[in-house]
Write a protein that binds this ligand. Structure first.
Ligand code: CA
Length: 424
């Protein structure tokens, strides 16, 4: 694909450590004081106003209703299909290429580029359904060791199917939205009745999410071979978790209010096509999986992931460096499994990976694992310690790929924890 070529340079100045070189061109929705929400892309420190690009006739030869670019969510644009969305991305790459410096000279910059500082990024998609998987073997093993038997950390089903559950879509929020500490029932003393109040064990989960770009009909199943036709792009995903609420409520039907209060996503959807150069093999799956879960080709992606915690009044501390490549179950297998019973999927559905932990200490994707259930607190720059997340802390997630001098980033998924609402 043209837009991915590592040799491309833009007439827009892009810092070497920017998440948004000309090879990325992700999609999002932004709001500006002078006009309503609309579709955008990004380059360097600028948002690219796609409505303005369309008004300058640059998309005239791409057949789709340009009105979809002026919608509050990207769903209708995404539903136009990859032929259209890829053509738009390629066209942006042409317009911004140094070969077309004349467009810069003509003042195109003034019409289509908006400084990021002036743009408010909004939740980019109307999310229909949200499913959360549990597909990192290192994470599942850590949890098994912490709560069950280290000798048999993985449950018997784990290597035979990508375990998941249906999550809550309504509370998925975009980066920079505050997260109120949830209230709920917990049972801190096993010998005493449950109590009600703010969660004391608030945690993050470092995950990647993917967004569905093509519907299926009820009864239809996606295969591992055609799953990528249905994946529009990827996003950073913080699946906030209240461990104490979760622990008391999850038996026998699984996660509920300990998870449903909030999940934070980054505002940019990086297309699967932009990630093409970063494919790599997944881990060997042993025992062999059932035929509908077998796959060909490189289905894992080398995406560096990082989590930092910034206390209210001190600098941030990085607490985790992980990578999306560690996933045992890949997105194609997750989607094949999700639809093997005929469950339909819809444009705008969100599928999260599950917490992404790497093999070493330092690469664990939740405080539960980093502090080993609170037994190894983390020292913060201001002299305080963390076992879990404190009020006033901002949890900052970042993701980026790097190869051949090209760095494709995801921006950030940030959430500041504010005190629980008082319920009497
Ligand atoms: Ca999760």
């Amino acid at each position: 694909m043209r837009a991915n070529h590592p040799g491309l340079q833009s007439w827009v100045k892009v810092a070497p450590d920017s998440d948004f070189p000309i090879q990325n061109l992700p999609f999002g929705i932004f709001h500006h004081k002078e006009f309503g929400p609309r579709a955008c892309s990004a380059i360097g420190d600028f948002v690219i106003d796609l409505v303005a690009v369309a008004e300058h006739s640059f998309f005239d030869d791409i057949e789709f209703d340009k009105g979809v670019l002026a919608k509050r969510y990207l769903n209708d644009f995404i539903a136009c299909g990859k032929t259209v969305t890829n053509a738009v991305r390629n066209r942006l790459s042409e317009i911004l290429d140094t070969d077309h410096e004349e467009w810069d000279a003509k003042g195109l910059e003034d019409f289509v580029l908006v400084p990021m500082a002036e743009a408010k990024m909004l939740l980019p998609i109307r999310i229909g359904d949200y499913t959360d998987f549990y597909s990192s073997m290192e994470h599942a093993t850590n949890i098994g060791c912490l709560f069950r038997d280290p000798e048999n950390a993985l449950l018997p089903n784990w290597k035979h199917l990508p375990v998941g559950y249906h999550g809550r879509a309504s509370s998925i929020i975009v980066s920079d939205t505050p997260v109120a500490r949830p209230n709920g029932q917990t049972k801190p003393d096993p010998e005493q009745p449950p109590v009600f109040g703010p969660s004391r064990l608030l945690d993050f989960e470092l995950e990647m999410g993917f967004v569905i770009g093509k519907d299926t009909e009820l009864g239809e199943s996606v295969t591992t071979a055609n799953a990528e036709d249905h994946i529009f792009g990827l996003i950073l995903f913080n699946d906030w978790s209240a461990r104490d609420i979760q622990k008391w409520e999850y038996v026998p039907l699984g996660p509920f209010l300990g998870k449903s209060f909030a999940s934070t996503v980054s505002p940019w959807i990086v297309t699967l096509e932009a990630l093409e150069p970063f494919r790599q093999p997944g881990p060997v799956q042993d025992p062999a999986v059932l035929p509908y879960l077998k796959y060909d080709g490189l289905r894992n992606y080398d995406i560096n992931l990082q989590v930092a915690i910034k206390p209210e009044s001190s600098e941030a501390k990085v607490v985790c460096n992980s990578n999306f490549k560690y996933m045992y179950w890949n997105m194609c297998q997750q989607l094949a499994h999700h639809t093997v019973n005929g469950c339909n999927i819809r444009v705008g559905d969100m599928y999260a990976s599950g917490t992404i932990s790497g093999p070493e200490v330092g690469s664990y994707g939740s405080m539960l694992e980093i502090t080993w259930k609170g037994t190894k607190p983390v020292d913060m720059p201001d002299g305080s310690q963390r076992k879990f997340i404190a009020d006033g802390d901002t949890v900052i997630m970042r993701g980026w790929c790097e190869k051949n001098g090209v760095r494709i980033g995801f921006g950030e998924a940030n959430g500041k924890v504010v005190p629980a609402k008082s319920i009497t």
